[in-house]
Ligand binder design. Structure first.
Ligand code: NAP
Length: 389
């Protein structure tokens, strides 16, 4: 690749570096105002500073490669507009699942009409934590400390464990999969921060593994349900076997059925591989065309679905006032009680009582139930695949 690094902008000027000092600056404008720089690679962990850098770079006609999912998801619409206005490519493959080429595949290969769903483990840090808890019996804080030491966690680990990072990635995936432009803050998002020992016990007793899943699923009326939440995954599911910092994405389409992408979702080298691929694509003027969005999408996001939910309550009193549409099981556990049942997604979105301390929410396998099935009362305990509970 005929690329030449002219300058590197960093935050701390006095930190030791493994390259000549003359290469570095702490002033981003040195790069942004240099007319000979035609590509800016933005890989900083400060989303606000990144936004200003990317905005100025695009507005100055410079192509941009970024891995900053938080910044991208938070400003998608504006960044799309800047690309169109200044006719410069903005590529960000590393922002979703680091080394897995999921964005470019969704963008180029999967036709809108055939795509039925995208679901995946898109956050390497939380997957690493969940693996350490399930396989080594570590407590949550120990597992988080290990993830941070290994360099898999975001500088602010709340972004990982509260599910925000996965929601940011889901909003980017929704754009490239279904042409839906939406803010991550509007998506249902539960993280792994409230999970406790009783949830791990429930998983082990039922042969499940808990994974944090981001999901976008086309419903029978063509609308799309999208959310991030921990889920009990069965051994037959490919995602069950995605461990540690690895990510996995299942793409479901009408003819090809399910296809599975697997690879490292965190870590410097894995992320760099996607950044290099984007840089290389700039050689042949590649840019996202957002065809699905441009076509005028027939897909709309919907919040009219029911979810099969398990909830763990450290304090049994907290389990009395929550709105299950149907309750299937209620079990006493060593550390509280657990309840399974059917809940409308609007309850989970709007009622903060699901987010109280000591309350954990995990979705059951095959978690989406379309409303017509519930209204028609075709959905019964016998048919809900919970026989083994
Ligand atoms: N690491 C991963 O696994 C991974 C995977 C996918 C995406 N990403 C994304 O990649 C980005 C970087 O993550 P990272 O893990 O590489 O972070 P990192 O190791 O903490 O490195 C961040 C770098 O950004 C520089 N920086 C921070 N604020 C700056 C500012 N205002 N101006 C100039 N430079 C600034 C820092 O400079 P100093 O060295 O001077 O402090 C540092 O070199 C983030 O957006 C992250 O979400 C990371």
């Amino acid at each position: 690749m005929q690329a030449h690094i002219r300058k590197v902008c960093i935050r701390q000027g006095d930190k030791p570096r493994n390259a000549p000092a003359a290469l570095f600056t702490t002033d981003a404008d040195v790069l942004l105002d240099d007319p000979e720089i035609n590509v800016v690679v933005e890989l900083i962990d400060d989303a606000d500073a990144a936004y200003h850098i990317v905005r100025k770079a695009l507005s100055s006609g410079k192509a941009v490669v970024s891995a900053n999912k938080r910044m991208i998801a938070g400003h998608l619409e504006e960044l799309l507009g800047l690309q169109q206005k200044f006719k410069v490519p903005f590529l960000y493959e590393a922002a979703c699942c680091a080394s897995i080429p999921v964005i470019r595949n969704l963008e180029e290969y999967y036709d809108n009409d055939l795509l039925r769903g995208v679901s995946g483990i898109v956050n390497g840090s939380t997957n690493y934590i969940l693996t350490k808890i399930a396989e080594e019996g570590l407590a949550f804080p120990e597992a988080l400390a290990l993830a941070q030491k290994a360099g898999f966690a975001e500088s602010d680990p709340a972004l990982d464990i509260e599910g925000t990072d996965a929601a940011n990635k889901l909003s980017i995936l929704l754009l490239h999969a279904f042409g839906i432009l939406t803010s991550p803050s509007g998506l249902l998002c539960f993280g792994i921060d409230k999970l406790g020992a009783q949830d791990s016990t429930f998983a082990a007793e039922n042969g499940y593994v808990i994974k944090l899943i981001a999901r976008a699923q086309k419903l029978s009326d063509g609308s799309i349900a999208a959310f991030v939440a921990p889920q009990f995954v069965e051994p037959e599911d490919k995602l069950c076997h995605v461990d540690n910092e690895y990510n996995g994405v299942v793409i479901e389409s009408s003819f090809a059925d399910k296809q599975f992408f697997y690879g490292k979702g965190a870590g410097g080298l894995a992320t760099a591989s996607a950044v290099l691929s984007d840089l290389s694509a700039l050689r042949y003027q590649y840019s996202y065309e957002y065809r699905k969005l441009a076509r005028g999408t027939t897909h709309e996001l919907t919040n009219d679905i029911y979810l099969k939910v398990y909830a763990g309550f450290e304090d049994a009193k907290n389990a009395t006032d929550l709105n299950f549409h149907e309750e299937w099981t209620r079990q006493k556990t060593e550390s509280g009680i657990s309840v399974t049942g059917l809940v409308h997604i609007s309850q989970l979105l709007e009622d903060d009582r699901w987010r109280r301390p000591g309350v954990s929410v995990v979705l059951l396998p095959d978690c989406i139930v379309e409303p017509q099935l519930v209204v028609a009362q075709e959905f019964t305990v016998a048919g809900c695949e919970l026989g083994e509970l």
